[in-house]
Design a protein around this ligand. Structure first.
Ligand SMILES: [Zn+2]
Length: 237
């Protein structure tokens, strides 16, 4: 009789799993969730795990092991892949090389490339960056806007200088509103493409309102020629 009772009690205790260890987890109590147990991890955290996950070794820690592995994996050369500089490097390569990137046409699409040393190695890029005054508040800037990303053509600048120098961020004031050309393109009042607006403003010298709201003409260069002719006539008169 005593032996039978002992077995029943032991079976119950085993069923509760209290004190049993699974990897880094030790069962310390019942959970409010059915077939779950509260476990204490070796790292000190408490966690709620299903019995089946414990028994088939699916869950062996509170998650600290996975987090640590992720940290190790994402860290290369002592530098996190989540660092700002790393993202800058990825973005440069994307804009210049990935044809599906939304700004590809302003970079790779118009011949702006990345030098091979930078394209192939983040370390080379980050070494150049740090040796040339990289700070977390600075942006990479191409000195000559028509040349690519290379040590010879790049520097770190505050956003303000960069903005003035970047083709994409041409500021336009029309109808009393100032925004960048990229923003204007999304504005309902602008009815022609980015490149047309750019051409009209920069090459043809149109007023912003005209440049944004005049429907696209067949041949923009005819207009340019007629303007030159008009200017010549005016000057010679
Ligand atoms: Zn843990």
């Amino acid at each position: 009789m005593m032996t039978l009772l002992y077995h029943i009690v032991m079976r119950k205790i085993r069923k509760y799993l209290n004190g049993q260890k699974f990897g880094k987890l030790t069962v310390v109590g019942l959970s409010v969730r059915r077939n779950h147990r509260i476990c204490q991890c070796d790292c000190g955290n408490k966690t709620d795990v299903s019995i089946s996950n414990l028994k088939d070794n699916h869950t062996t820690s509170c998650g600290c092991v996975a987090r640590e592995n992720l940290r190790i994996r994402s860290t290369t050369h002592g530098e996190s892949k989540n660092s700002r500089l790393y993202r800058i490097w990825i973005n440069i390569k994307d804009r210049c090389l990935r044809t599906t990137h939304k700004y590809y046409k302003y970079y790779g699409g118009r011949g702006i490339n990345v030098c091979k040393e930078w394209e192939n190695s983040y370390i080379t890029f980050s070494q150049w960056a740090r040796a040339n005054g990289y700070r977390d508040n600075l942006q990479i800037d191409r000195i000559n806007n028509n040349k690519g990303y290379s040590p010879q053509n790049c520097r770190w600048t505050s956003g303000k200088i960069n903005c003035n120098n970047t083709r994409r961020n041409l500021n336009l004031t029309a109808w009393g509103t100032t925004q960048t050309l990229s923003e204007w393109v999304k504005d309902k009042r602008a009815i022609v493409s980015y490149d047309t607006i750019w051409l009209r403003i920069k090459r043809l010298g149109w007023k912003p309102e005209e440049a944004l709201s005049t429907p696209k003409l067949k041949n923009q260069f005819d207009i340019l020629k007629s303007k030159i002719v008009a200017t010549t006539l005016l000057t010679s008169a």
